[in-house]
Every structure is written in C-alpha cells, then in structure tokens.
Design a protein around this ligand. Sequence first.
Ligand code: AMP
Length: 418
Amino acid sequence: MSEKGRIAAIKGTKDILPQEARKWQRVEVTAKRIFELYGYREIRTPIFEATELFKKGTGETSDIVIKEMYTFKDKAGRSLTLRPEYTPSIARSIIEHRLHLQPDPLRFYFIGPMFRYDKPQKGRYRQFHQMDIEVFGEKGPAVDAENVEMADYLLKALKVNETEILINSVGCQECRPSYLKELKEAAEKRRSLLCEDCQRKITTNPLRIFDCKVETRRETARDFPMIIDYLCSECEEHFEEFKSHLDSYQINFIIEPRLVRGIDYYTKTTFEIISSKLGAQDAILGGGRYDDLMKLFGGPDMCAIGFAVGMERLISLVPHSKVSENFLYLAFMGDEAQRQGMALARFLRQNDIECWMEYKERSLRNQMSRANKLGASWVLIVGEEEIKSRKYQLKNMSTGKQVEVSQEDIIKVIREFS
Ligand code: AMP
C-alpha cells in the first residue's frame, strides 16, 4: 500500500489495459486458429494443483521448485501451488480422465496465466501468460520438427521477424548418466570459478550449470563436455532425423549444445526460439520432449513433446496494427427517447451491430461531439419527433451524410456501406 492508502498491483504483475488487450485477443485468435489447423484442441485445467504434482513433474532440483513456486496451505491444511508451468497439469488430467484410452489424438493447447516467484525484470514477471502445446504418444522425430515448424508459422503469421531457432538434444536415461559423470568431474575441477548456485548444482543437477544466471561466471562452463557428444545411438538417430525434417521444411536452425532448458523432465529434443530484440530475456518460446513424464506420474508409458510461448514477450514483438473501431453511437433526448433507444440498441446488438449508449444527461450537441471524439462510425438520433414517427436520423460520420430510416433500414444502410 502506498502512503496515500492507494493499493498498487503486486510487484511482478501487470494490468493489461483495453488497448493492449485488443492485441492480446488478436494474437490469441491467430494462435488458436493455427493450433487447430494442426489438430490441437483446447484443454483447461485448474490454476492451482497439489504441490506434489510440480515437485514430482517439474522436478525437485529445478529452480522453479526450489525457489519460485507460489505454495500455500488452504484452510484444510493441504499444500497447494499456483501452477508455474502447464505440462504436469495436462499429464495429470490425461491420467485422471483416461484420455489415452480414447481414439482422439492427444494434441492439446492451452492459454492462461502462470506464476513464478522470480526476480521481476523486463520480460520476467511473477504472473505471466503462456500458450502451451502438448502432443502425447508420438515417438518419432517428425512431430518434433512439426512442433518447431508450427511455432515458426505462428511467429510469421504474427509478423514477428528476425528470430533464431536453437535446437539441441539432452539425451535419455541410457546416455545421460555416463555424460553427467564426466560433466561433474569437469565442474568439480573448476568449482571455485562457478557461482554459488552452480556449485550446489554439481551434485544436485549438473546439467543446469549451463543455465547459470550469473553472467560473469557463465563462461566457466564454455569448455565443459557437452551432452550432444555423448548421445546413445537411438538419441543420435532421433536428432539426425529431427534435423533432416527441419531441412525438408526449409527451416533454418542453429545447434546450441548448451540448450538444456530449466525443467527436469526433458529427454532428447530441446528447442527455443529467441529474438535479439527482447534483451537479456530473449526466449520467446521453448520446449522439447519428455518421454518419461507419464510413467513418473504412474500413467501409461507414453512419450510426449511440447512447447510454451511466453505471451508477454511474444506480444511485445508483435507490430501494432491500428484497429479501427466500427460502432454506432445512439444519441437520445429525454426519458421516453432513452426507453425507445434502449429497445433499438437491443435490436441492433442482436443483429450484430456494435451499439454504444451513455446514460448521462447530455444535450444532443454534446452527444454528437462525444460520438465524434470516441470515433463512432455512425450516430443514430432518437428525439421527440423520432419517437412519434418511429423514423430515426442515421448519420454516417465518415461521409457526413444523414438519412431518415426505420428500424429495419438502419441495418440495411449500415450493411450496404460496409
Ligand atoms: P519455460 O516454461 O520456462 O520453458 O518458459 C517458456 C517461455 O515462457 C519462455 O520462453 C518465456 O517466453 C516465457 N517465460 C518463462 N518465465 C517467464 C517469466 N517469469 N515472465 C515472463 N515470461 C516467462
């Protein structure tokens, strides 16, 4: 609370005001259309879940679980967490509703808020929004490439240019243990040069050392062994085929051997799309495979892949396009005119015509100037004369032309013009 008793938004959260919300709506409509073109269907799950779900899914050693979760006890003493990411909720939902036993493809999308108690900065919030894509039960690398291709198409459709696609493989249960042994040894030798957090990661989660948040210490990991050189034949083949599918799509990519992603469950493919226009937090979206997650939750042995788009970051890159308002302003004089005006407005709205009325007492002149200022396309005047004759004055604000119309004619005139 500020000194004057005013209550401000919580640090790390922000309001999306109507002007900006229009842009959000446009992005969401485009994204939903594209996701559905690839056979994805929307799924919605609760904002909070049992804390256990994220501990198990996101991973006990991930930064999200260690430092960033909004966890609280409810009145019955249960430990709940505001979701920091979406994948564990979807896995839970599939298992709970036995969706894998149905014939529908397991392709889901979701759009909504996430919560992470992270240090707020440009492009990093405590409540932020993601669009999430998940495919379950597709083992081959073709779907990995299709995910990247869809993300690329989405960005192009939204006119977000100058992006880079980074890809990597983080191996699997077969090849990762021997690699981690080598990585730990290398990190141990350079222990004193690592930041405090990364020193802890040597034993808890060495792969995550490549994600070091301390810029001055990040260089230390430059010459550490990289997972890409230790892949087993299955992971190697998967990665080669993934790349060759991207080539067939004519999609350019960069292999980034340090792209390990911040969540514990990834296997094989990982990818990110970044933009240099974003500054330090440059990832617009990121994802990868998680073939072991369903098993971990006691579900079927079912592989999966997906990605999450950061909405705030994406929207900051989408160019503004002026949305021209197209509405009718209904001006009236007196109580009876208001009553008839309200009925008319109802009729117009039910016929798909956006209609604004303001119920403050204002002169006709005043209402005309309001309509002008607000950018109305049409003004409909309902005065004493009009009530009696049931004929109204309809003014086209762009041509200045005014015509007398009946209720039905209003719609005809407007439709003919547009
Ligand atoms: P992640 O779930 O960490 O893989 O993140 C996926 C995407 O979500 C990132 O590429 C970012 O665009 C976005 N993102 C992650 N954390 C935040 C945050 N704290 N604030 C805003 N966007 C975020």
